[in-house]
Write a protein that binds this ligand. Structure first.
Ligand code: CAA
Length: 693
């Protein structure tokens, strides 16, 4: 029936193998083949048990995401799972790799589950703006209990095989040959005449949750209150609640309805866009097939906040790293911060003590730059000043071994000018980490004019090893992210003068789904940072500059755009700031008036989108999706809105063009004039997505 699913027999055990590279997604042909072979095996009197396994790197990693949004084709995953549950012969899932989503749901429909030691199992649907749609919200909590089921489904995070065994999700971990182990397990089940267990009929593990609905609601609220406008977490909670309040058949039906609603909605469409855009962003057509250098040792220059965070990334990924800072005191302070960070994580239960020690053991510190001689990659994270950077690169050039990559973590500066301070510009690349570097996933990889394909490939590969999402960009002041951010910052200040208060601006953006607004963000980062940067570039910010002059640097001084009570990080509005805003507007002859939330959002986002269009036209970003990935992973743009360019398409470019023209007229700011690309696309009735990937 299907070339992607095959069957062989081993005595009286049928082994059905799915082989649909790269991740055995359960596309239409797989479902057809699986259903056919399961029914053949159950109808064959010579067969007493069935094992389902996968070829290649993983057990089924889910439904085929590319099929979402298209008309459903029968049989659905649900039909396949129901056919397996109805089998009178035991069916055993033999899992390895990452059984995720529909893949794990398939296994939950089997009577027994075994897994190889390194397997990681999960229901990550929430990350795609949907919920498990093939019984996962009903069968998983019936096997592992509601607490764990809720955590897995609402976080979307997978769990390792050992934890799955302890929780009752799997029946056995198979050391050695997985399929042989699954066959042996099947024979034992048959020999011992073990009753066939249907997860849907298990009720024992739900008893506790059924007895305390208030506790369920309280636990669920922890997730829904962080949903920031996302529908999927709310739907997941409803489906889980149905597991303890409805008969299983009705609850399964409700889960399916919720899934179908979500999968057809804009939020899931946006999140699927980000899933694929993330994977595209690191692909550079003209370096396809270029081999990255092997990186065994790294060095970081500068023990400040960024340097320390970057060093932690390497240590976390198992790569030894040396931190170099010419000042002994700065080095000690930086290493101390790193140690404290690790200890805090360990104290919160986020890291086992031995693992913490292992990571700390991978970080060495020195004041001697000569120590970078054996590093395969050196990342400079010193003061953001061209002269300082060029001096450091000139010195590195004399020490770093041939073939090593020399990267700068600059967030604005010209990589080509930095590269020119060395005799090997081909080895120089930008690796722009985001703060806190050990947490934020985005890595802007900046390709200079002379950066060699091998250097670029190595920077991308290292980024991936560090667990980052690399997005390749070109040289431009502030690259892609900060270049667009600059427009938002200017506009945010302008809105204050026109009538908004910091909490209005921040509230509009958090209402849109950002975790934080621009002013709370500046207070957190430290207003002095931006002030210093502006002064270096001859720029000004009417309100922020005055706050800095008054020594209000944000959270670190308990005063910035907001006021912070001692020991808290909760921003409170401050009459002094309001007065400053009102006075400044008056001095400049600006009449302040009311501004609505929607207007604030448009004023902040549309100029950024306009700049994004310029960035695309100049080739600084290759695809609109790259810009979306940068904003989602680096700046907290709500993933369920798909990033600025995807969002722009959903709003309609003609509307954005018209609004920008009005903003340009109102503010007199030339940057607001609709850019050429935006004009062209809007006139043609097209969106950024039409530019392709
Ligand atoms: N459908 C379609 N394509 C998929 C896919 C899926 N479920 N999962 C991965 N792919 C594709 C990727 O797009 C990528 O394609 P390209 O090589 O063309 O870029 C390729 O497979 C390899 O993927 P990765 O680069 O991500 O490989 P990895 O080894 O780093 O990670 C993985 C593998 C952990 C499986 C990761 O791909 C992943 O998390 N996939 C998504 C899993 C998921 O969300 N499953 C749930 C689907 S929803 C569902 O199942 C709904 C339901 O209940 C019915």
């Amino acid at each position: 029936m299907s070339e992607l699913v095959s069957m062989r027999t081993d005595g009286d055990v049928a082994v059905i193998t799915i082989d649909n590279p790269p991740v055995n997604a359960m596309k239409y042909e797989v479902r057809v083949g699986l259903l056919d072979l399961v029914s053949r095996a159950t109808g064959d009197t010579a067969i007493s048990a069935i094992a389902i396994a996968c070829a290649g790197r993983t057990f089924v990693a889910g439904a085929d995401i590319t099929e979402f949004g298209k008309p459903p084709r029968q049989p659905t995953g649900v039909a396949v799972i129901e056919a397996m549950e109805a089998s009178p012969k035991p069916i055993i899932a033999a899992m390895h790799g990452t059984p995720l989503g529909g893949g794990l749901e398939l296994a939950l429909g089997c009577h027994f589950r075994v897994a190889a030691p390194g397997t990681r199992l999960g229901l990550p649907e929430i990350k795609l703006g949907i919920i498990p749609g093939a019984g996962g919200t009903q069968r998983l909590p019936r096997l592992v209990g509601m607490d764990k089921g809720m955590t897995m489904i609402l976080s979307g995070e997978p769990i390792p095989a050992r934890e799955a065994l302890d929780a009752g999700l799997i029946d056995e971990i198979v050391e050695g040959d997985l399929v042989a182990g699954a066959i042996a397990f099947a024979r034992r089940v048959v020999a011992e005449k073990r009753p066939l267990v249907l997860a849907r009929n298990r009720e024992d593990k739900l008893a506790a949750a059924r007895g305390d609905l208030a506790a369920f609601d309280a636990a669920a609220a922890n997730y829904t209150k962080r949903a920031r406008g996302q529908n999927a977490p709310v739907a997941a909670v409803e489906a889980l609640r149905a597991a303890i309040t409805l008969p299983v058949a009705d609850a399964l039906k409700r889960e399916r309805e919720l899934f179908l609603e979500l999968v057809a909605g804009d939020q899931s469409k946006a999140q699927r866009h980000i899933f694929f855009a993330e994977r595209e962003a690191a692909k550079v057509p003209d370096i396809a097939g270029v081999k990255a250098h092997d990186v065994k040792r790294a060095a970081v220059i500068g023990a400040g906040t960024m340097g320390g965070g970057i060093a932690m990334c390497f240590a976390n990924a198992g790569i030894p790293v040396t931190v170099v800072d010419t000042g002994a005191e700065a080095l000690a302070r930086g290493l101390d911060v790193v140690t404290r960070n690790y200890r805090n994580t360990a104290a919160r239960g986020g890291l086992a003590a031995d693992e913490m020690e292992a990571r700390l053991g991978r970080i060495a510190g020195t004041t001697d730059l000569a120590a970078v001689a054996d590093a395969d990659i050196v990342i400079e994270a010193v003061f953001e000043d061209m002269g300082v950077k060029q001096e450091v690169f000139g010195r590195l050039d004399r020490i770093v071994k041939p073939g090593a990559v020399i990267a700068s973590n600059t967030s604005y500066l010209d990589i080509d000018a930095i590269a020119r301070s060395t005799a090997r510009p081909q080895a120089v690349v930008g690796m722009h980490f985001f703060s806190p570097a050990n947490v934020m996933r985005l890595l802007e990889v900046v390709r200079g004019a002379a950066t060699s394909p091998e250097t670029l490939a190595t920077a991308i590969a290292v980024g991936r090893r560090l667990g980052k999402v690399p997005a390749v960009v070109g040289v431009s002041h502030g690259f892609v992210g900060n270049r667009m951010l600059r427009l938002r910052s200017v506009e945010a200040e302008r809105l204050l003068l026109e009538g908004a208060l910091p909490q209005d601006v921040d509230g509009a953006l958090t209402g849109f789904g950002f975790p934080m607004g621009p002013f709370a963000m500046s207070d957190l980062a430290g207003l002095d940072v931006g002030w210093r940067m502006r002064k270096a570039q001859g720029l000004t910010a009417p309100i922020a500059d005055q706050l800095c002059e008054r020594g209000r640097y944000g959270q670190k001084t308990a005063r910035g755009f907001y006021l912070y009570e001692p020991g808290t990080r909760t921003p409170k509005s401050d009459p002094e700031v309001e007065q400053l805003i009102v006075d400044t507007a008056a001095q400049r002859g600006i009449a302040r008036g009311a501004l609505g939330k929607d207007e604030i959002v448009e004023r902040l986002l549309f100029p950024m989108i306009n700049e994004g269009a310029r960035v695309l036209r100049e080739g600084i970003a290759r695809r609109p999706g790259d810009i979306d990935v940068i904003w989602v992973y680096g700046y907290g743009f709500p993933v369920h809105r798909g990033g600025p360019m995807h969002y722009a398409d959903s709003v309609g470019l003609a509307h954005i063009r018209d609004r920008l023209a009005a903003f340009a007229h109102k503010t007199g700011d030339d940057r607001h004039h609709p850019s050429l690309l935006l004009e062209e696309l809007a006139a043609a009735g097209k969106g950024f997505a039409s530019l392709g990937t």
